[in-house]
Design a protein around this ligand. Structure first.
Ligand code: G6P
Length: 368
């Protein structure tokens, strides 16, 4: 086991630091001269382009990855994209039609609820697409077509490198689905350039390891942590909070910043730490205003912003700032989750919990 961990103490730590490599493997052979080639999808692109809606279905981190992909899939395809937690879809027996494309996202390809939802969608005649890390898994075999994320074996129960590879695969899917649109060609080219640069930027953001360990030290005894995000980074808030919850065993909630005034604001005081994700994108000024409102209520703020933005997000110098490299806006969730993964990892070690096998959790949940 120690050999597989290499120079790392835990699999989760190794898998976090492996991401420049796992993302390179995910993209290998798939980005060609300003276009994307996904062998597993190419015969079905026409059907997907004509579908009435795209439904993302998954559980846990895989659901969050799909949520991160939703805005750019909508933007590049022009097709409405809806989200389903697999268990909730099954509980409701929600309507799915022949004109729908259902995209199932699962690292293991064996999660019971996701597979049951797949059988349900197949029964309703939808085109079923799989996004999985596991070649030969039930998900890979039962879907009509799909894309392997090729992130390499993930052992830590808390998913890290699979999350970023899932987002990158869905970005490539969005580029392939939208490839027939002249109007978005420049945007697509910018995203493809952003994808090529991503492993290098991920290596840069990993240098925040020491800083995130220091932040973890300052949070070690807190009861609770809130994470506010919006737009491309709503998913980052949910996934960052999920990481802290599942491994550091600390109560943590990811919230849509746009909902702040509808309840969460009541929780704000000088003790509760709040992470606000405010990297540069179309929602930046709205996040600045969220920071001001939290500041006015004396919130204990930690702000994640783009490099060079520290003074504009925190003019009073009263919050702790995490500066991350800026990439194409829709790929920013891949960068922004990494400090959160590092924070969850260090909090877990400092609090003395089992990093790779959190209590009560399983890597793959194969029962309903
Ligand atoms: C379990 C794991 C999570 C994972 C979820 C979905 O809860 O602990 O890390 O995100 O299952 O798993 P899947 O293999 O379908 O992505």
């Amino acid at each position: 086991e120690q050999i597989k961990k290499g120079n790392y103490d835990h699999f989760m730590q190794k898998e976090i630091h492996e991401q420049p490599h796992s993302l390179t493997t995910t993209m290998r052979g798939r980005l060609k001269d300003n276009s994307v080639v996904l062998g597993g999808l190419k015969d079905h692109l026409k059907t997907i382009r004509h579908s009435r809606r795209i439904i993302f279905i998954g559980c846990g981190t895989s659901y969050n990855a799909a949520l991160a992909a939703r805005p750019f899939l909508e933007e590049l395809s022009g097709i409405p994209v809806t989200m389903e937690l697999a268990s909730d879809l099954l509980d409701r027996q929600g309507p799915i039609y022949r004109e729908d494309t259902a995209v199932f996202v699962s690292q293991s390809g064996e999660t019971a609820d996701t597979l049951l939802a797949l059988e349900y969608a197949l029964g309703n005649g939808a085109l079923c697409v799989g996004v999985t890390n596991t070649v030969g898994s039930t998900l890979a075999r039962r879907t009509h077509c799909g894309v392997h994320i090729n992130a390499g074996c993930e052992i830590g129960v808390a998913s890290t490198k699979a999350y970023t590879s899932q987002i990158v695969v869905m970005a490539m899917m969005a580029l392939a689905i939208g490839a027939d649109k002249i109007s978005t060609q420049a945007r697509r080219e910018a995203i493809i350039n952003g994808l090529s640069d991503l492993p290098k930027k991920v290596a840069e953001v990993l240098k925040l390891d020491g800083e995130m360990r220091d932040l973890a030290k300052s949070l070690i005894d807190t009861q609770s942590l809130l994470v506010f995000g919006r737009g491309y980074n709503y998913a980052t808030a949910l996934e960052g909070a999920l990481k802290v919850k599942e491994v550091a065993l600390m109560h943590s909630e990811g919230m849509l910043a746009g909902e702040m005034k509808h309840g969460p604001l009541a929780l704000v005081d000088e003790t509760l730490p709040i992470i606000v994700i405010a990297t540069h994108d179309a929602c930046f000024s709205k996040q600045q205003s969220v920071i001001q409102q939290l500041h006015a209520r004396k919130g204990r703020l930690i702000v994640m912003c783009s490099e060079g933005d520290a003074t504009s997000v925190c003019p009073m110098g009263s919050c702790r700032v995490i500066e991350v490299p800026q990439v194409a806006d829709c790929l920013q969730p891949v960068i922004n989750i990494i400090p959160m993964q590092l924070l969850a990892y260090h909090l877990t070690v400092l609090r003395g919990y089992d990093v790779d096998q959190p209590r009560n959790l399983a890597k793959s949940v194969t029962t309903e």
